[in-house]
Design a protein around this ligand. Structure first.
Ligand code: PEP
Ligand code: MN
Length: 337
């Protein structure tokens, strides 16, 4: 349930409500929007019995939330949440661009990638150090050594670092080097991992599971937020369908659906959706046209030699051409890069 306050309600009105909730062993999440202050009731609302908040001073109305996710819901924060990563804000007019190789491979590779993506307009350097590979015999990532190299390359070029964690015991180490942690598609319902990244309070990019519905994805975001970490950005990276021409099927519809049901920013990963570099530009533009708040794109200084996902990685040159087009489109849809 959310409690919508009247426009002229006072700070004391809000405090009284929070107090009553506390007395009933319930939590409160305050959101001060452009229209009104909204108090989200956290916990089992049956504890309230017949208590009627609409009789309290300053209350406009009480609205039940029908979804299982609450903090991630649109109702809780109708203006949309802005996720802060240091001084960077995700979810406002300016699109966020994250780019870099699938995996960190060595110092020269990640430094070239960082220089290339910075020149192309990215704000984040991406790169996997703990790789979730389908085969146990494939390259599994450089782990902490890779994170160190990524931090060094990002600091040298003025970028933020985003990297994936695949297990909860990697969070402390990754947290030393990363500005944002990625939860990959394969771990979207690893509930222990979700809770732990929630507790870490490090901003999180939550990818959609390969076969997950949008509702399941928002429930996964709720796991992170229920631990007090509201800095969650969703990432649509393609879902598994009967189609085999592309690696996955980019669900562009997820963008307007998420915007309607959730308050969280959403970005598009066209690389893992397409699986082929030549489709990445079209999918990027489709995502931004649909209203996405940014992109995460795989870029490698020498894609042919990449140790993972070689077919889908762009060269720094083609990444630069792509961000130019994204910039032109952004203006048309009221955004900027
Ligand atoms: C990745 O970003 O490198 C990755 C493995 O992505 P996903 O979880 O979407 O497959
Ligand atoms: Mn990849």
């Amino acid at each position: 349930m959310i409690i919508v306050m009247k426009k002229d309600s006072t700070q004391q009105d809000v405090e009284k409500i929070v107090e009553v909730l506390k007395e009933h062993s319930l939590g409160a999440n305050l959101s001060t929007g452009s229209q009104a202050t909204i108090i989200g009731v956290l916990g089992d609302k049956t504890k309230l019995g017949d208590f009627d908040f609409e009789l309290m001073e300053g209350v406009e109305k009480c609205v039940p939330i029908m979804h299982s996710y609450k903090l991630a819901s649109h109702e809780m924060c109708p203006d949309g949440r802005v996720v802060e990563v240091g001084e960077l804000e995700i979810g406002k007019k300016k699109l966020v661009i994250m780019a870099g190789p699938c995996a960190v491979e060595n110092e020269e590779q990640i430094m070239h990638a960082a220089l290339g993506v910075k020149a192309g307009g990215a704000q984040f350097l991406r790169g996997g150090a703990y790789k979730p590979r389908t085969s146990p015999y494939s390259f599994q990532g450089m782990e902490e050594e890779g994170l160190k190299l990524m931090r060094k390359a990002a600091d040298a070029t003025g970028l933020k670092v985003i990297s994936e964690v695949v297990a909860h015991d990697q969070i402390d180490t990754a947290g030393k080097y990363c500005d944002m942690l990625q939860i990959g598609a394969r771990n979207m319902q690893n509930f222990r991992l979700l809770r732990e990244v929630g507790r870490s309070k490090i901003p999180v990019l939550l990818k959609r599971g390969i076969s997950s519905t949008i509702e399941e994805w928002l429930d996964a975001a709720e796991y992170i937020m229920s631990e007090g970490n509201y800095n969650v950005v969703l990432c649509e990276r393609g879902i598994r369908t009967f189609e085999t021409a592309t690696r996955n099927t980019l669900d562009v519809s997820a963008v307007p659906v998420v915007k309607e049901r959730s308050c969280l920013p959403i970005i598009i990963d066209p690389s893992h959706a397409a699986g082929k570099a030549r489709y990445v530009a079209a999918l990027s533009l489709a995502g931004i046209a649909a209203g996405a708040d940014g992109l995460i794109i795989e870029v490698h200084p020498n894609p042919k030699a990449a140790m993972s996902d070689a077919a889908q990685q762009l060269t720094p040159e083609s990444f630069g051409q792509l961000t130019k087009k994204v910039g032109e489109l952004a203006r048309v849809v009221g955004r900027e890069i």
